[in-house]
Design a protein around this ligand. Structure first.
Ligand code: UDX
Length: 443
């Protein structure tokens, strides 16, 4: 919304959230999200045509287009628990829109939702609104990735808009397309029917996640054979049919989308009587979970089959670099497993604070007592390494490439072990300073 406001000064954009603290943060100098370049974009439009409020009724009344961007977390209980999307916030947003609308509105699904949600939204809207109200529901999934959001929004590969194939539907699609066309070339604005658009978001994320699980599966084979997964990735990525992107072996993908959307896709397939298709995609998640536990096993085995009481430095907790987001970060599962093995952890991440780390570990069963006893969150990587038996790099922050390994070697127990889950640490420096190094995907 900030980008739309920045690019289209004559469109008034109002962002509404019921959470006062969040809205206050969006109105302050310290935004609640760390994203390179976002501060400047918000500053360029806030107060002019970008407003943050906690009054949804007034904002809905005044709007021609309403982007529904509420959370659709994975259900934790009931039918489809652990896989299906929880649509309660979508439903309450639709009910609120219906209640206050008195004229024509275009409702844009921005949240990632299971196919056919637009139908549910339409039913709720028409059953709960007055006779003057009329609605068009569009699907407009977001493809930005965190850490590169501003570039992705500035020059997206494509904008996808799905709508009903009726004259009113076409007009609504065009209304939204014309907003993006302010800065996105027309040929990059793809229009489809509603269901294709809804499904394409899940499929795009499933294909991306599948690429990572594919290369991660090969990383294990490389370690076993003495091949180097980066060389393999480069060799296959130069085949233009395969392409070079998203072939970086890692400790496992994280983030708010991949796991959630693939699970959602498997649930959808099962609901439509396609268990084989569901099973096929489930393997993408299965391999990702395996990659994380494989990494922990490698650490424990290397550290003489025990990490009990040992101090381990953990560099990076976010699910990728350039974000403070930790949702589904591989670091969460890895730290949990190490703590359950009795390790003491010293965690450093440049953008993730101690409260967030404690909350994430609590969610996976690490109680306050164990956290206080065995986890220390520190302010710099060198403090993390003091008296450590091993060091694990879990997020590919650029600053980890610049670390002084002579200094680190002096701080750690000998032999000093490094586990690089992202292939980012300078191998030459590690060798020169006498580390025993394990790099994901290297034999
Ligand atoms: C993803 C999609 O890229 C985006 O289009 C969609 O809108 C939301 O989901 P995001 O989760 O923000 O975006 O980050 P992304 O860059 O896709 O990375 C996801 C995870 O995969 C991260 O944990 C990342 O470290 C990992 N990854 C990515 C790899 O392990 N290897 C790679 O080669 C690429």
């Amino acid at each position: 919304m900030a980008m739309i406001a920045a690019k289209c000064p004559d469109i008034q954009v109002t962002v509404v959230d019921l959470n006062q603290a969040r809205i206050d943060a969006w109105n302050s100098d310290v935004l609640p999200v760390y994203e390179p370049g976002l501060d400047e974009v918000v500053a360029s439009a806030r107060g002019r045509n970008l407003h943050f409020t906690t009054d949804p009724k007034a904002a809905i009344k005044a709007a021609d287009l309403i982007f529904v961007s509420v959370g659709t977390p994975t259900k934790t209980q009931g039918i489809g628990a652990g896989r299906a999307a929880d649509l309660r916030y979508i439903e309450s947003a639709a009910r609120l829109i219906a209640e206050v609308t008195e004229g024509p509105k275009i409702i844009v699904e921005k949240s990632t939702i299971p196919v056919k949600t637009a139908e549910a939204i339409k039913t709720i809207l028409s059953a709960n609104s007055c006779s003057e109200a009329s609605f068009q529901v569009l699907s407009n999934p977001e493809f930005l990735a965190e850490g590169t959001a501003i570039d992705d929004l500035n020059s997206p590969d494509r904008i996808l808009i799905g709508g009903e194939s009726t004259p009113e539907g076409d007009a609504a699609v065009e209304a939204l397309a014309s907003v993006y066309a302010t800065w996105v070339p027309r040929e990059r604005i793809i229009t489809t029917n509603l269901w294709s658009s809804e499904l394409s978001k899940l499929v795009a994320n499933a294909f991306l996640a599948q690429r990572i699980s594919s290369i991660n599966s090969i990383s294990a084979l490389c370690e076993a054979t003495g091949a180097d997964v980066n060389e393999v990735a480069n060799a296959i990525g130069t085949d233009s049919r395969i392409g070079p992107k998203f072939l970086k072996a890692s400790v496992g993908f994280g983030g708010s989308c991949f796991q959630k959307d693939v699970l959602n896709l498997t649930y959808l397939c099962e609901s439509f009587g396609l268990p084989e298709v569901a099973e096929y995609w489930r393997q993408v998640i299965h391999l990702n979970d395996w990659q994380k536990s494989r990494f922990v096993e490698k650490m424990v085995r290397t550290l003489f089959n025990t990490v009990t009481g040992k101090r381990l430095a953990i560099l990076g907790f976010a699910f990728k670099k350039d974000t403070n987001d930790t949702r589904e970060s591989a670091a969460i599962a890895i730290c949990r497993d190490l703590l359950l093995e009795g390790a003491r952890l010293a965690i450093y991440d440049p953008k993730v604070d101690a409260d967030q780390i404690q909350a994430d570990l609590a969610y996976v069963g690490i109680g306050e007592e164990l956290f206080k006893k065995n986890v220390e969150v520190v302010d710099d990587p060198y403090t993390a390494c003091e008296h450590a038996h091993g060091l694990a790099a879990l997020t590919e922050w650029d600053e980890f490439r610049e670390l002084d390994f002579a200094k680190i070697h002096g701080l750690m127990f000998k032999p000093a072990f490094v586990f690089d889950g992202r292939s980012i640490l300078p191998m030459a420096a590690l060798k020169e300073h006498g580390f025993e190094a394990f790099v994901i995907g290297k034999g």
